[in-house]
Design a protein around this ligand. Structure first.
Ligand code: BG6
Length: 479
């Protein structure tokens, strides 16, 4: 079959993705509390150090905080959603800012103004027939929960989270059907502040604390799934993994096993969320890391009985690993540093570009869980040049996306069930990793720079019309 003849199924959810903390701004408006991301400066200001040492981040005053105004989606969402509709979006993935609804995180009564904002955003989406796809917690745990409870390290956070879930499941019952409980749930292993709203500095066995927090999140995710199904049986609940298969550096069986173990690090989460129990290999993992989990009565039953409906994931790149510590030729990736793969090119930020890796990842995940997949992040972070006439010719982005869409379709021919595709940062927004604006992913350009200067005006890039055509042709016209 010619690749160009491949057609996506009717009802396929083409769209785009953003997260509240990276696009809304209005960081203290209408009663919003501080999100942990609001404490972070940009890369040059020390973002990475702050992420590793949340206490220091809380005590330091930085010159510039990219999230405070961001791209001001809070005030411009109508214009932005109209542009998404013009591209033909069938869905729009966004997150609800937890501290906008519960400013400190532990209140019992929600902030009505915050709820109204999302009423309006969802109504605007639905006006155009765009299905909202909502991430419940995308890196922005309220600072109050981090400060007063050490976030997910504390079991009490499960109840605060469930109160948040119940509030939004009930409020948006008639507007939202697709939910994800945690963005990139495996990120907690690498950046506990982002993933767990927690500080592990100075802790005797940080691995144990991380896995305890993970247990709390897994239980919270299962209980949220139960709640969502009770409130509306039509709800579809997904888990969300930062994915990307790991290749062995050589055919040496030791490298092959190292790759298998690296992948298990992420699949561990989905194994629990999609299959309903801790995987057999976790016994050895916990033994070797000297981890003893506190598991309360009823936790294992909840995990067993309330697995997710679909498996969502982000994919930017594959990874390469070696069992040999002497092999050191590394490059950057989505937080996970990886060895350089000589067969791949990389983005300006060192993230390796591997469309076939997406096909491999999709097949692996589907083989493992046999649940529908949803690719909720994918894309190329790049510097865009605005020409004198205002045009932005981002052919590199079109090339990246085209090749990934082709491989997606190949994976579907392989038998993988895929329900949708939402490229990351469909409108330029603040980078999570670096806090930069110049690392752009969007089809829509936003006039703002790394220091917060610019009009915030929106304009269409060349990729805007390309993606519009892709959606209109349901994936058959990729040229
Ligand atoms: C994912 C996150 O890790 O990758 C997003 O879910 C993030 O929040 C995206 O923005 C891209 O990473 P970065 O660092 O380029 O913004």
């Amino acid at each position: 079959m010619k690749k160009q003849d491949l057609r996506f199924p009717d009802g396929f959810l083409w769209g785009g993705a953003v997260a509240a903390n990276q696009c809304e701004g209005a960081y203290q408006e209408d009663g919003k509390g501080l999100s942990l991301v609001d404490l972070l400066p940009a890369a040059e200001g020390g973002r990475w150090d702050a992420l590793q040492d949340p206490k220091k981040a809380m005590e330091t005053t930085y010159d510039y905080y990219p999230s405070h105004e961001s791209i001001d989606f809070y005030h411009r969402y109508k214009e932005d959603i109209a542009l998404f509709a013009e591209m033909g979006f069938k869905c729009f993935r966004l997150s609800i800012s937890w501290p906008r609804i519960f400013p400190n995180g532990d209140e019992t009564v929600p902030n009505e103004k915050g709820l109204e904002f999302y009423d309006n955003v969802f109504a605007e989406c639905l006006k155009y027939g765009i299905e909202p796809v909502v991430t419940i917690n995308h890196f922005d745990t309220p600072v109050g929960l981090m400060k007063d409870y050490n976030g997910w390290a504390n079991r009490k956070t499960i109840d605060f989270y469930l109160n948040f879930c119940e509030t939004i499941f009930k409020r948006y019952k008639n507007q939202v059907k697709y939910w994800m409980t945690f963005n990139e749930i495996n990120m907690i292993l690498h950046i506990p502040m982002f993933g767990g709203g927690m500080d592990i500095t100075g802790v005797e066995n940080p691995e144990e604390l991380k896995y305890q927090a993970i247990h709390h999140q897994l239980v919270a995710s299962a209980r949220a799934t139960k709640l969502a199904h009770e409130i509306n049986p039509d709800n579809q609940i997904g888990c969300m993994l930062a994915a990307g298969s790991t290749y062995p550096n050589t055919p040496n069986p030791e490298d092959v096993f190292a790759a298998l173990e690296a992948d298990r690090e992420g699949y561990f989460f989905v194994d629990v969320q999609a299959r309903g129990y801790y995987p057999s290999y976790s016994k050895r993992l916990f033994k070797e890391k000297n981890i003893k989990l506190n598991i309360a009565d009823g936790d294992l039953e909840v995990l067993r009985d309330h697995t997710v409906d679909y498996v969502a994931f982000s994919y930017y790149s594959s990874k390469l690993t070696s069992a040999d510590p002497e092999v050191l030729d590394k490059t950057e990736g989505n937080v996970f540093a990886t060895l350089k793969n000589p067969y791949l090119e990389a983005s300006e930020w060192g993230w390796q570009i591997d469309p076939i890796g997406l096909r491999i990842t999709m097949n692996e995940i589907y083989d493992r869980y046999q649940k529908p997949l949803f690719i909720v992040e994918n894309g190329l972070g790049a510097v865009d040049k605005v020409e004198a006439d205002g045009s932005i010719n981002d052919d590199y982005r079109i090339d990246y996306l085209r090749e990934h869409v082709r491989e997606m379709r190949e994976a579907m021919e392989d038998g993988v069930e895929l329900i949708g595709y939402t490229p990351w940062g469909c409108i330029d927004l603040v980078s999570a990793g670096t806090g930069e604006m110049k690392k752009r992913y969007g089809f829509i350009y936003v006039d703002r720079d790394n220091e917060g200067h610019g009009t915030l005006d929106r304009s269409k890039k060349k990729s805007f019309d390309w993606y519009k055509k892709v959606i209109a042709s349901n994936g058959t016209d990729l040229d």
